[in-house]
Design a protein around this ligand. Structure first.
Ligand code: GTP
Ligand code: MG
Length: 299
């Protein structure tokens, strides 16, 4: 037996919190790769995403989830079930609250939900770059007084402040366990999924009000053609009027979305891409089980 051997740790760290608290931004920062899309609009994330980080001591399987919400559509029920499923497989729960909006993100309902968690619980007060030290101190006291967990950390997912400390703490809280994935595995999702998400992110950034919420993206073809990867993708909307908005005057909006999305995808795939984007209507897809299944939201 070697002296001084520490046991290898592994497990799922599930990131939860109300919409827009910065879960996906923090998840990306913890994993060290921009795997999950993050935008200023709430309810950006629709399904769980796995991001794996392996070092000599541990394999950390981070799971990003959609923001907790009251389901208004079948799509929301899918999002809700994604959170529940993720929590079932969790070894550690990382709950986010927004330090610049404690009242909106650390509600009575959230406090009682967190109080019921039987697993190691870490609460990250995110967006500390937006608040004064005095306000932060008060917020920390409030959160400490409301929850039994001793693991409460201020962070900024955006600037990276305290993210390494947070990662170290999460690693120590994992149970002893084996390596589930080869060391260089980053995720389980296929490349197509990330392509769809990057196009969807662009629609969230470009389009206003309800339109992004009525959008799904589906890659139809993905193949190498000469020196480029040829991608044919459909932007799905619910109504003809939304189709007009996505296309824009003389196609200008779709052109901008396409150009920006292509650049993102090229960075992600590290390869030149030809992106062939189309807009299609599937009437009320958010309410139809059959359409949701077709679009990869298994309900
Ligand atoms: N100033 C500041 N902004 C942040 C920080 N973390 C995230 N944000 C911003 O907050 C917004 C929401 O971030 P997301 O990571 O998409 O939040 P989310 O919790 O994943 O949101 P949903 O997927 O909609 O539930 C984005 O505009 C981020 O850039 C932070 O530490 N500081
Ligand atoms: Mg998100």
């Amino acid at each position: 037996m070697e002296a001084n051997t520490t046991l290898f740790r592994s497990g799922h760290i599930v990131v939860v919190g109300v919409p827009n608290t910065g879960k996906s931004t923090l998840f990306n920062s913890l994993v060290g790769e921009r795997l999950s899309i993050a935008t200023p609009k709430p309810q950006t994330t629709r399904r769980t995403i796995l991001g794996i980080l392996t070092n000599e001591r541990a394999q950390m399987m981070f799971v990003d989830t959609p923001g907790l919400l009251d389901p208004a559509y079948r799509l929301h029920e899918f999002m809700r079930s994604q959170i529940d499923d993720a929590l079932e497989g969790a070894d550690v729960v990382l709950a986010l609250v927004d330090a610049s909006d404690l009242a909106g993100t650390f509600t009575e309902e959230i406090r009682s939900a967190l109080g019921e968690i039987q697993l190691p619980l870490v609460v990250a007060l995110n967006k500390i770059d937006l608040v004064s030290e005095r306000d932060l101190e008060q917020s920390l006291q409030h959160v400490r007084a409301s929850l039994a967990t001793e693991h409460i950390l201020p962070v900024s997912a955006q600037t990276g402040k305290h993210v390494l400390e947070l990662r170290g703490l999460l690693e120590r809280l994992l149970p002893v366990g084996p390596k589930f994935y080869p060391e260089d595995t980053l995720t389980e999702e296929p490349e197509r999924f990330f392509v769809e998400e990057q196009i969807r992110e662009e629609t969230f950034l470009r389009l206003r009000q309800e339109v992004p919420y009525a959008i799904a993206v589906q890659v139809e073809h993905f193949r190498e053609e000469g020196t480029k990867i040829y991608i044919h993708a459909n932007i799905i909307v619910e109504r003809d009027s939304q189709k007009g908005i996505v296309i824009g005057k003389k196609g200008s909006t779709l052109k901008t979305i396409g150009k920006n999305a292509r650049e993102r995808i090229e960075r992600f795939l590290q390869h030149p891409v030809y992106l062939d984007l189309h807009v299609k209507v599937i009437a009320n897809w958010r309410k139809s089980d059959a359409a949701l299944r077709r679009l990869g939201y298994e309900v």
